[in-house]
Design a protein around this ligand. Sequence first.
Ligand code: FRU
Length: 484
Amino acid sequence: KQSFSELKQRAYKNIDDRKKTVAGDPYRLHFHIMPLVGLLNDPNGFVFYKGKYHMFYQWNPFQTEHGAKFWGHAVSDDLVHWEEAPIALAPDQDYDKNGCYSGSAVVFMEKLYVFYTGNVKNEHGKRESYQCLAVSEDGIHFEKKGPVIHVPGGYTAHFRDPKVFEKDGQWYMVLGAQTENEQGEAVVYTSSDLENWSFQGALAGSGHNGLKDFGYMWECPDLFELNGHEILVVCPQGLSPKGFEYNNIFQSGYFTGKVDYEKVSFEHRNFVELDRGFDFYAPQTTEDASGRRILVGWMGNADDGESTHPTIKYEWIHALTLPRELQWKEGKLLQHPVEELQLLREDEIQHTGVVVSEEAVVLPRVNGQVFELEIAIKNLAAASFSVEIGEKSTFHYDAKAQVCTFQRGAFSGNSVESRHCVLESLQNIRIFKDTSSIEIFINNGEEVFTSRVFEDPAIERVYFFAKDGHVTMDVQKWSIRRVT
Ligand code: FRU
């Protein structure tokens, strides 16, 4: 075991030693949160505190592999310009020595209360899990208060990722859990002072509310209200692929319905995936001062080809997604890139009334490696419509089959791979392309495809084409200023 200052010093030394290597990577992103070195995974403790947005993240500063996680920290005034802050938490205690795992933050009496999972592998190699509290008065320095919750009877040590929120003068915590029968659940605790917590039971899970065999473990739950609808975001592990669904190693999605806080039950509808792309997991939301519900996810997924990422040889891996504002509209959860992203726009280009058919259309100055592209479909009178981006990435809409597809080049070898979703009509597409990522928002955020892409950076073209007919569209394109 090492002290906080020893661990911090080692981490900062590693950042220093590898600075040049990391900076030399052409795939280093321009407008996403990334680790300075090593591996980043889940967003944690996302909160608006004393006038600033705070984003923490799971971080192994020593390797591009998972390990004893730290909480890295970035601070922002506007959700797009992020400044790296000192390391917030390091695995320096007996109860968190194998990782300060994921968790959340709330503001209480002007202090920042941070809850996280202390991950321990004991001397017999067995996992232990403690839900821990740390408190800060400035949002930068944290004082660890130790475990506030131990694993209750009936559950395994896969018990983690506390998300705390306040409702009607009471504190609630939802946690990801695995029962002794290896069923995934989201369980609830309550507290009046954030220090003493009492177990209330399972809110949802495999074996509840008509769900059967719905994962052996649920990670990173988040429960909030949107326009009078209760939404439980959760990441089940162990779902098998089913048609277009559940094709990534672990899933991330939500249930909507009605929570009964007295009875601790949740009458909900079917699970819906939040993102249709290759690289999205463990999202977390917060409510900001203006009441917006904002979500950020990990632009990655555990074990999903991590060892084949080309960034590994540059000593870093993974990033966070862009922040998205959530809205509930006409029975649908919509995800919009936060409007502050417009601050990064440069060099606007517009083309209106562009007609696209069989022959590929290239528009003047609509190209690049890093850009935002908005396509408004004015008329779709074709069997399909495609946008080709760079070397191998393609957005494709099959109007007959009502299927949307994103395709990218595989991380190694020459093959391509794709993900799909059903979409009844195509109205608009908004694409955020960074050096090695792409986020595609369709029909005002009805569907989103998020993926890393490692393709030839020299190929900067954007092609449009349609099959069996024509498509009329308006196109707007901006360059995006580098802020990393
Ligand atoms: C999700 C997760 C969490 C855990 C963290 C560890 O990606 O496995 O359940 O707290 O990552 O880094």
